[in-house]
Design a protein around this ligand. Structure first.
Ligand code: NAD
Ligand code: MG
Length: 396
């Protein structure tokens, strides 16, 4: 039991997989956390149910019409949550003075502005929305330093690495005796498949991950290994690492969430059942620990841990991401935007599975790498890449 005042938490993307798990952990600790704001894109029914349970001060939806609907429903139910709509409202609930913690769990580029607003306001930012960091890495990390925000990675791999590194780990890995980060990957549902089998993959197959239950976009990214590519870029920014210092290790059991190797020969790993409530609880309670609802790990049940190298010829997205990080500037933003369009087209049945990496590669070749020092340039690169991707899709 904690006797300090409860922390006010904003959950961006509350109705998604990470958002729901976050509210599950928060509900286990009513004396520690109070929900300031919840946001959703279109899923107004789910947001209504969450408002009834968690009684936030504010709720934000994308469209005015949905906000009007939610306002009425909440009034009928006697819940006095204020309802707003649009990106400006998202930015406000992320930066509001009374907010202590922001869970950034919107999927894709749509999360960039509110996440950056939370960083600029010096909040404790729990970062699930990896796309925001991939798009704006240098600028994002500069803002963290300038504002004094506490940035805690929620992506399970980065959360694991964070736990395996010394508390103060900025300024380059070598300074802390770290020789390599070992980023584990489950390999997704199509591990070991060859090109001819991959060509026939359906959205339903791609969204059925063997170990993790997640939103549809990240599920497809896990199947193409683009998720691991985005995570490689994410790790470079979070831990001041060069792409060469990060080794991707396929580990099908998803029990080791990632590792840090040191110059004395030590390799430190973080293990646990694959359940996002562990990194979420870590972020919420940091630097303390709280109960998360995750089952204890039974090593006898796990029995064995396997490791193999990723197949970059069948899954080219990992290579494309590494190349984008090495190219620097707006290259990661272009990669991310092209991938978001490609995944959407794949989920709509307009593009085959192998077409995702192909389209990302073509858009990359069509977009020059520009400086990513300013937000305006990053957003322009994102828009241009989306246009290039849609044009290519429509001309097929
Ligand atoms: P999800 O699709 O389940 O949920 C996304 C949430 O964002 C929903 O609340 C949705 O309403 C909201 N949203 C979507 N588009 C929006 C828009 N344009 N504007 C405002 N809100 C919008 O996704 P998820 O699986 O919870 O993933 C969220 C983020 O966390 C992603 O960046 C993902 O890569 C990352 N992540 C997820 C997991 C996981 O296990 N699910 C693990 C690691 C990292
Ligand atoms: Mg991950």
């Amino acid at each position: 039991m904690s006797f300090a005042a409860p922390l006010d938490v904003t959950v961006l993307g509350a109705t998604g997989s990470i958002g729901t798990s976050t509210l599950d952990v928060i509900a286990r600790h009513p004396a520690r956390y109070r929900v300031h704001a919840l946001s959703a894109n279109r899923s107004r029914d789910r947001l209504l149910a969450q408002c009834k349970t968690h009684r936030p001060r504010l709720a934000v939806l994308d469209r005015e019409a949905d906000a009007d609907w939610l306002r009425e429903q909440l009034a009928d139910a006697g819940v006095d949550t204020e309802v707003r709509a649009g990106v400006e409202a998202l930015v406000e609930v992320s930066a509001a003075r009374e907010v202590d913690v922001v869970m950034a769990a919107i999927v894709g580029a749509a999360g960039l502005l509110p996440t950056l607003a939370a960083v600029r306001a010096g909040k404790r930012v729990l970062l699930a929305n990896k796309e925001a960091l991939v798009m704006s890495g240098g600028l994002f990390m500069e803002e963290v330093t300038r504002s004094g925000a506490t940035l805690l990675p929620i992506d399970s791999e980065h959360n694991a690495i964070y736990q395996c590194l010394p508390t103060e780990h900025r300024g380059g890995l070598a300074r802390h005796g770290v020789t390599q980060l070992l980023l584990t990957a489950s390999g997704g549902p199509f591990r070991g498949w060859d090109a001819s089998r991959l060509a026939k993959v359906t959205p339903e197959q791609a969204c059925a991950h063997p170990n993790w239950s997640m939103g549809r976009k990240i599920s497809v990214d896990s199947a193409t290994l683009m998720n691991k590519g985005l995570e490689l870029i994410e790790a470079c920014w979070l831990f001041d690492a060069h792409p060469d210092q990060i080794q991707v290790v396929v580990h099908p059991q998803s029990v080791i969430h990632s590792m840090a190797a040191y110059n004395d020969g030590s390799v430190i790993a973080q293990l646990g059942n694959p359940d996002m409530r562990t990194p979420i609880a870590y972020g919420l309670a940091w630097p303390e620990r709280i109960e998360s609802g995750v089952q204890a790990l039974d090593l006898f049940e796990v029995a064995r841990l396997d490791f193999e190298s990723p197949d970059e010829s069948a899954f080219p997205c990992l290579r494309l991401a590494r190349e984008a990080m090495t190219a620097g500037g707006t290259a990661p933003a272009v990669l991310n935007a092209a991938n978001e369009v490609a995944v959407e087209a794949f989920l709509e049945g307009r593009l085959g599975f192998a077409g995702i990496g192909e389209l990302v590669g073509r858009v990359r070749d069509a977009c020059p790498v520009e400086s990513a020092d300013e937000l305006g340039g990053i957003l322009e690169a994102d828009e241009r890449a989306r246009r290039e991707a849609w044009t290519r899709l429509e001309s097929r």
